[in-house]
Ligand binder design. Structure first.
Ligand SMILES: Cc1ncc(COP(=O)(O)O)c(C=O)c1O
Length: 375
């Protein structure tokens, strides 16, 4: 491998003619928002994850915010969440004036450690926001048990975990309200978009009101029962969502096969640890392919060498509590969550998407081997 023969992106959406047809249908129908494509999308999605109700929203972040509002979070309250996540899983509590509290993660699963969550509970704690990071399901039962015992709301940030299974049933079907996200790097996409699944009809009604400027069920366009938001998805994106849900099984299978191929290609490579394998209770939905570099490997050098071969990679994920705005607002510092911080220094996302081909993956594996030899 002497010159750049390929460019392998980090991610790429998986769109086909059926998606195009469904979007065109909506464009030609004249019903661009608050139309039937949204109802259909919600219905299909709810069935897919085994939840009785789903409310589509403009983004995963919007869905998380609505659940924090419904949980009644406010100034003086604390919400415990994972530092090893995307910022939205902490920001959603801050939007309601609550203070984020970070409990450390488990080194193997990279998800919240229930014992650390329990230790972080104070009289001010009102909610736990648990994340299924990189599509690996979080420890839902222990977290539920401790939330019930302490009277806390549990919000599941499943934005990366569509298709994952916990204890033999899909994430979304277990009871806690869950949020899924559809940015183009996700398993399925609507461009921008998200959805909240819930097992409560009352909560679903509230979600559909809050996302729609607080309009009441059956009320007029200019009747607002409560303070709401414009967190609506539109029918164009919902139509794309329908096409994506229709082929979700195929998408998940292709991603599973791609992950298995990486596992084969990278087996035995010195200097990297591959993603945690599934077990009886946890079946991952493949969102990204993140490896852990051994301590002592120069990650920046690895990234540079990969880039010189046209292979994209990314430092997934920085610890949220160490982001500049978090340090400034709350005085968070290194050492608060040592497991997360250690992971943040050495994890690396490799190119991964539904249509990635064997040749691209072989090329990535070869480039990574060269990068590790140089780092
Ligand atoms: C764990 C997690 N939470 C929340 C979000 C927010 O989703 P969105 O980008 O749709 O607002 C994302 C997506 O990037 C995510 O990965």
């Amino acid at each position: 491998m002497t010159s750049v023969t390929r460019q392998v992106p980090l991610s790429s959406p998986y769109i086909d003619e059926r998606d195009e047809e469904l979007v065109l249908e909506v464009l030609r129908s004249g019903r661009l928002s608050l139309g039937p494509a949204i109802d259909r999308f919600e219905q299909l999605f709810a069935e897919k994850v085994g939840a009785p109700y789903a409310a589509a929203v403009s983004s995963g972040t919007a869905g998380l915010h609505l659940l924090c509002r419904i949980a009644g979070l406010g100034p003086g309250d604390e919400a415990i969440t994972s530092p090893y996540s995307f910022v939205a899983s902490a920001n959603c509590a801050i939007y309601e004036g609550a203070t984020p509290v970070f409990a450390d993660v488990d080194e193997a699963t990279m998800n919240l450690d229930p014992a650390a969550v329990e230790a972080a509970i104070t009289p001010r704690t009102k909610a736990v926001i648990a994340v299924d990071i990189f599509g690996y399901p979080c420890e839902l039962d222990p977290l539920r048990e401790l939330c019930d015992r302490h009277g806390l709301a549990l919000v599941q940030d499943a934005c990366e975990a569509l298709g994952a299974e916990y204890k033999g049933r899909p994430v979304g079907s277990h009871g806690p309200s869950a949020v899924f996200a559809f940015y183009p790097n996700k398993q399925m996409t609507t461009g921008e978009g998200g959805i909240v699944t819930t097992h409560s009809e009352e909560e679903w009604r509230l979600l559909t009101s809050l996302r729609n400027q607080g309009r009441a069920d059956g009320g007029g366009w200019l009747d607002h029962a409560r303070l709401g938001f414009n967190y609506r998805i539109d029918d164009i994106r919902a139509a794309l969502g329908i096409g994506q849900v229709e082929k979700l099984d195929t998408i998940l299978e292709l991603r599973r096969a791609a992950a298995a191929r990486y596992a084969e290609l990278l087996a035995g490579l010195e200097g990297v640890e591959l993603p945690l394998a599934d077990d009886a209770d946890h079946v991952r939905s493949w969102f990204v392919y993140v490896v852990k570099l051994d301590r002592g490997v120069d990650r920046e050098r690895v990234i540079d060498v990969l880039a010189s071969h046209g292979v994209a990679s990314s430092r997934y994920l920085p610890s949220i509590h160490l982001q500049a705005y978090m340090r400034e607002a709350y005085g968070f510092r290194e050492g608060m969550c040592p497991v997360s911080e250690d992971l943040s220094r050495r994890t690396l996302a490799l190119p991964f998407f539904t249509s990635i081909g064997a040749e691209d993956q072989e090329y990535v594996a070869e480039a990574l081997a060269q990068a590790l030899a140089a780092a």
